[in-house]
Design a protein around this ligand. Structure first.
Ligand code: FRU
Length: 511
């Protein structure tokens, strides 16, 4: 055996475990078209990239239980970003600088045909001056060369340590490198940093490199001294149309209200936000043009990652989970955690729009279409509109005499997830408080929808225990999970007042 083929005992053990245990998972333990871990627990998407003719998705992975634990990187590949094939786990926490966990990071294909991963290593292998038992964090590299199948940790890891950090930096909150290439061919990585002085907020620090291995500290790309959360985890930074977009996941935000309408813009806790702006490649200055806005207005969405496809679309996949409620599931399940569908990003009038990638439409089957359904102070059920793996399009064409239109799904006698729209206030609510979950968790969220005259277009992707709702072509998106029994297959429509709408439904199944 060549030396490079040797893998650590930790990685070998994870692979043996995932091979054996994943074979026991029945098909109905997974959603139909949402990505789940091969076995055990999943959180953030990592290393999302197109390399060697395929899409690669790595993920924060704890194979040994359905709860967060020492982080590995799981790995899967796909031709279309929808149907994924599991590969053996790529990284295990097996080195002095990452033995407490291989945290999130990104990937880049390199000119020599190699695939470079950059991730955060966590270690407790040092004298902790705080005595709080926290993990020191550093940035590390793993490389797969063109003629190899293994990702090897670079012998000179860590490549970025806290030694280069500005004064006041917190070395225990220093993670999630986002790699990209500048137009002159040099590399940058953007790393999230918390400041020890709690009044100092968070920073995103940029590093530069000519080869992806040797890094020097550059500018602070973004600084939040306004205390929007304590730490902007998992940053993404990329051009889109005429501007650049920064997407990050601030931890522990205070709730923020939408002025004038009184809805909640950001609920309390961890959120994902975006900021558009201009980036000057020469001076490496980012000038934000807009206030920060929520990326997804549902109940479960965190730590998304964005990549560029070969045809230059920017595509985002998120962890479809609120981290605060991630431990409330039944203990005996074998897999926990799922990704959103891949969403193509666009900016229109300064706003971020998201839409399922066109590859998804190939999974649509059994089209059912009903035109001009009228509901007036009643609930309507249509026999062929139902199911837990569907793509449901509802175009409301008349609602001037409607006080509220509700769509219920995953419905039976006692359960339902409900989407409510109130045309007069132009607000939409997603409500899972009757979906069967008994533990205390946020049941609903209400958001303001831009007015587009008389009509409203909804696209609801339902997949067993989740839904992603795209409003008006992706101007607002609401994602959520729920635990309703699969026997609840109903979909119904209710109007207070009068509404008229068209419905198209497709069943979604993999090829
Ligand atoms: C976000 C996050 C990242 C970290 C990873 C650990 O969910 O906390 O900041 O790298 O998860 O699993």
């Amino acid at each position: 055996m060549k030396e490079r083929d040797l893998i650590s005992k930790e990685l070998a053990a994870a692979r043996e475990y995932e091979t054996k245990q994943s074979a026991l998972v029945a098909e109905d333990e997974r959603p139909v078209y949402h990505f789940t871990p091969r076995i055990g627990w999943l959180n953030d998407p990592n290393g999302l990239s197109y390399y060697d003719g395929q899409y690669h998705l790595f993920y924060q992975y704890h194979p040994y239980s359905s709860y967060w634990g020492p982080m590995h990187w799981g790995h899967a590949v796909s031709e279309d970003m929808i149907q994924w094939t599991y590969l053996p786990a790529a990284l295990a926490p097996d080195s002095p600088y990452d033995h407490c966990g291989c945290f999130s990071g990104t990937a880049l294909p390199m000119d020599d045909g190699s695939h470079l991963l950059m991730y955060t290593g966590c270690t407790d292998d040092f004298e902790d001056p705080t005595g709080r038992g926290r993990w020191l964090q550093s940035q590390n590299v793993a490389i797969k060369t063109a003629d190899d199948s293994e990702y090897h940790k670079y012998s000179a890891n860590p490549v970025i340590t806290f030694e280069d950090l500005p004064e006041g930096a917190d070395p225990y909150e220093f993670r999630d490198p986002y790699l990209w290439r500048m137009s002159d061919g040099t590399y940058r990585t953007l790393v999230a940093l918390g400041m020890s002085d709690e009044t100092a907020g968070t920073r995103l620090i940029m590093y530069r490199s000519d080869d992806g291995l040797h890094w020097s500290c550059g500018k602070t790309l973004f600084e939040d001294s306004r205390r929007i959360g304590v730490m902007w985890e998992c940053p993404n930074f990329f051009p889109l149309g005429e501007q650049y977009i920064l997407i990050a996941s601030p931890m522990d935000m205070q709730a923020e209200e939408e002025e004038a309408v009184g809805t909640i813009r950001f609920p309390k806790g961890n959120n994902v936000c975006y900021i558009t702006g201009q980036f000057d490649e020469d001076t490496e200055e980012f000038i934000p043009t807009k206030r920060y806005e929520p990326v997804d207005c549902g109940l479960d969405f965190y730590a998304p990652q964005v990549m560029e496809t070969p045809d230059h679309r920017r595509v985002m996949i998120g962890w479809m989970q609120d981290p605060h409620t991630a431990n409330l599931h039944e203990q005996d399940i074998r897999i926990f955690g799922q990704m959103t569908v891949p969403r193509k990003l666009e900016v229109k009038d300064g706003r971020l729009y998201q839409w399922p990638v066109r590859e998804f439409d190939r999974l649509r089957k059994d089209e059912v279409h009903h035109q001009q359904i009228k509901a007036e102070d009643e609930t309507i059920r249509i026999p062929d509109i139902m199911g837990r793996s569907v793509d449901l399009l509802v175009n409301i064409t008349q609602m001037d005499a409607c006080r509220q239109l509700s769509i219920r799904f995953a419905e039976d006698q006692t359960h339902a997830v409900e989407l409510r729209y109130e045309p007069e206030r132009s607000v939409m609510t997603i409500d899972r408080s009757r979906s069967g979950q008994q533990k205390e968790m946020t049941g609903e969220r209400t958001v303001t929808i831009l007015q587009h005259g008389e009509s409203m277009a909804l696209r609801i992707l339902i997949d067993q225990w989740s839904a992603e709702i795209f409003v008006n072509g992706g101007e607002k998106v609401m994602s959520l999970t729920y635990y309703t029994d699969l026997s609840a297959q109903g979909i119904s429509f209710s109007a207070k007042g009068k509404a008229v709408f068209d419905i198209t439904q497709y069943t979604i199944s993999l090829e």
